[in-house]
Design a protein around this ligand. Structure first.
Ligand code: ADP
Ligand code: MG
Length: 342
């Protein structure tokens, strides 16, 4: 008799995590939140500690033919800091683990670490440990980040309330389009190594892909303005997918407006150049590492004039579903394609 075999693609990454989580038991009272948010939350007296980890794999998350090692080191840290920010916390420490093949020289590892150290300085964190091992399947970088926030000020995916305003920072879709440009230039180069990549015109979006910056600036500003979002996530898988998580965990619906979605001109123009719908890129592009959060209407006046926070819609009742009002004023159901690795 053969054992039952389910393909991971059938249940998806999130389905798999849910399934694993259902068999995990929390044994300690100070584990306030385990699996299921951007970071775990641990009781630490009048504060909570938040902990998150992310894995970057060569060939899946990055391609060394266009990702400079320095940027890669920076990005490995930034994507974790982004999850700390998504909890409304401030990062303090990171650990860094790497698996290397013999393709790498000491200088190459030093280049990765120059990026890691630059990020550590930028985000004001200490590198406190890690692990180093060999790899037969390319470069692997895993970072764990630890942060903290005053107890009660941590922000989960589960706190959105009906009528809250949905906010997004920065602009979306750029990292996905940047990746398309990098892939295209790589193909051109592979076909003819004498061809120089034409990247100047695409500097903003390729930068969004290669060297994202976690929005700690926004977390510090929210604190100064005395705004605690009711729910928050970072945009790593795509806005629509993140909104689905907030809806599921907060038991709410959403109504967003196409004309309010933030998109940069270079992102828009390049999407069109690639025959992609810019709005689909905004909704489903991954890796922008912006923040999506909800605020109570009472806090709106504190953020209203902020140049880099966009108000894209509002929270509705769960039974009202998840919709986007298009520019032609019709409501279409949101689909969460997300960023699929399987
Ligand atoms: P994010 O995109 O914010 O990094 P993920 O979607 O990767 O979050 O993960 C969602 C949740 O599932 C997090 O709480 C994460 O710690 C947890 N998680 C992911 N993979 C595993 C795993 N293999 N075992 C246990 N928990 C996991
Ligand atoms: Mg996250």
């Amino acid at each position: 008799m053969s054992e039952k075999r389910t393909e991971i693609g059938e249940i998806g990454e999130f389905g798999l995590i849910d399934q694993l989580n259902s068999k995990i038991q929390i044994r300690h009272q100070d584990t306030l939140k385990g699996i299921g948010d951007d970071a775990a939350v641990l009781d630490a007296g009048d504060k909570v500690k938040v902990v998150t980890t992310d894995l970057l794999l060569e060939g899946v998350h990055f391609d060394l033919s266009y990702a400079p090692l320095h940027h890669l080191g920076f990005k490995a840290v930034a994507v974790n800091i982004s999850d700390i920010a998504a909890m409304n916390a401030v990062p303090k420490q990171i650990t860094v683990s790497i698996a290397l093949s013999n393709r790498f020289s000491v200088e190459a590892v030093e280049a990765i670490y120059a990026g890691i150290n630059a990020a550590a300085e930028h985000y004001n964190v200490d590198v406190i440990g890690g692990d180093t091992t060999s790899s037969r399947a390319g470069l692997v970088i895993s970072v764990t980040a630890i942060g903290e926030v005053e107890k009660g000020k941590e922000v989960y995916r589960s706190g959105a309330k009906v009528n809250d305003i949905i906010c997004v920072t920065g602009d979306l879709g750029g990292a996905l389009i940047g990746l398309q440009v990098l892939e295209r230039e790589k193909e051109v180069f592979m076909a003819d190594p004498n061809m120089k990549p034409q990247l100047d015109k695409y500097a903003y979006i390729t930068g969004r892909q290669l060297k994202p910056d976690a929005r700690m600036d926004i977390i510090h500003e929210l604190k100064e303005l005395e705004v605690v979002p009711t729910s928050m996530m970072d945009v790593s898988d795509g806005l629509a997918s993140e909104l689905f998580h907030i809806c599921k965990q907060s038991k709410v619906g959403v109504m967003i407006y196409e004309d309010k979605l933030p998109i940069d001109k270079q992102t828009y123009d390049t999407a069109v150049e690639f025959n992609l719908d810019p709005i689909t890129c905004v909704l489903n592009g991954g890796e922008d590492y912006e923040l999506v959060f909800t605020i109570s209407q009472d806090d709106f006046h504190k953020l209203e004039k902020h140049p880099d926070i966009h108000f894209i819609g509002h929270v509705t009742k769960e039974e009202e579903g998840k919709f986007m009002v298009t520019k032609s004023d019709t409501a279409v159901q949101l689909k969460a394609q997300g960023w699929v690795h399987f």
